[in-house]
Ligand binder design. Structure first.
Ligand SMILES: Nc1nc2c(ncn2[C@@H]2O[C@H](COP(=O)(O)OP(=O)(O)OP(=O)(O)O)[C@@H](O)[C@H]2O)c(=O)[nH]1
Ligand SMILES: [Mg+2]
Length: 203
C-alpha cells in the first residue's frame, strides 16, 4: 500500500484538507471503503489528539484535553479528500473511569486492530516520554508484532524534560520495547511535525 500525499516546494508532505468523518463503535462501512488508515493508539492523555493536530497543522481538528477518557469512539478524519484516514483511537487507562468502561475501551481497540480488517497502513503508538512503557503499551506492541503491522513508537512531550533526561528515557524505552527506533516528539512545539509525517509515511 502506498500513500502519496500531495507535494509542494516547501514540504514533502502537505495536508490541504482535513475533516472529521465519523466516530464508530463497531463494524461500519467506513472500514471497507478502501481508504488506507493511519491509526493513533496510546494511553489516555499521552497526546494522541494533539499529535494528529500537529501533523495536520490545525489546532482544533481533534479536541484536546477535554474530558479525558470520555472519548469512547474510534474517530475517523479524512486527509486530503480521503487520500488517507487518520484514526484517533480512544485513550486507554484513564484513572477516573470504571474498570468496566476501561475494559470496554481496551476491547474496542483490540477489535479494531485484530478483527475489523481495516486497511491499516501504519499504527502510531504514542507514549508519554516521562512515563515510558506501560503494561497497555506492551500489550499493544505484542498485538502489532503478532499481526505484522507496520508501526512507529512516538515518545511525546519531549518538551517537558531536558536533553540528558530525554536520552536516558529514550534509551530505557528502546531497551524495554526491544525497539531500535523511537521517535522523540513534542506536539506542543510541533518542531518536528514534518519529519514525523515523513517517518509515518515512510518517505
Ligand atoms: N507539554 C506537552 N503537553 C502536551 C503535548 N501533547 C499533548 N499535551 C497535553 O496533554 C494533554 C492531553 O492531550 P490530548 O491530545 O488530549 O491526549 P489524548 O491522548 O488524545 O487523550 P485522550 O483523548 O483522553 O485519550 C493536553 O492537556 C495537551 O495539551 C506535548 O507534546 N507537550
Ligand atoms: Mg484524544
Amino acid at each position: 500500500m502506498q500513500i502519496s500525499l500531495s507535494k509542494n516546494d516547501k514540504k514533502e508532505t502537505d495536508v490541504k484538507y482535513a475533516s472529521f468523518v465519523k466516530g464508530i463503535i463497531g463494524t461500519d462501512d467506513i472500514l471497507t471503503d478502501g481508504v488506507p488508515e493511519i491509526a493513533f493508539v496510546g494511553r489516555s492523555n499521552v497526546g494522541k489528539s494533539s499529535v494528529i493536530n500537529s501533523l495536520v497543522n490545525r489546532r482544533n481538528l481533534v479536541k484536546v484535553g477535554k474530558k479525558p477518557g470520555k472519548t469512547t469512539e474510534i474517530n475517523f478524519f479524512s486527509i486530503n479528500n480521503k487520500e488517507v484516514y487518520f484514526v484517533d483511537l480512544p485513550g486507554y487507562g484513564y484513572a477516573k473511569i470504571s474498570p468496566k468502561q476501561k475494559d470496554k475501551i481496551r476491547k474496542l481497540i483490540l477489535w479494531y486492530l485484530m478483527y475489523s480488517e481495516a486497511p491499516i497502513f501504519k499504527v502510531v503508538l504514542i507514549l508519554d516520554v516521562k512515563v515510558g512503557l506501560t503494561d497497555f503499551d506492551k500489550e499493544m506492541l505484542n498485538v502489532l508484532r503478532e499481526h505484522g503491522y507496520p508501526y512507529l513508537l512516538v515518545a511525546n512531550k519531549e518538551d517537558k524534560i531536558n536533553q540528558k533526561e530525554l536520552s536516558e528515557k529514550l534509551r530505557s524505552i528502546k531497551e524495554e520495547a526491544q525497539e531500535a527506533v523511537v521517535f522523540p516528539y513534542s506536539a506542543l512545539t510541533r518542531k518536528k511535525s514534518d519529519a514525523l509525517f515523513k517517518e509515518i509515511l515512510g518517505v
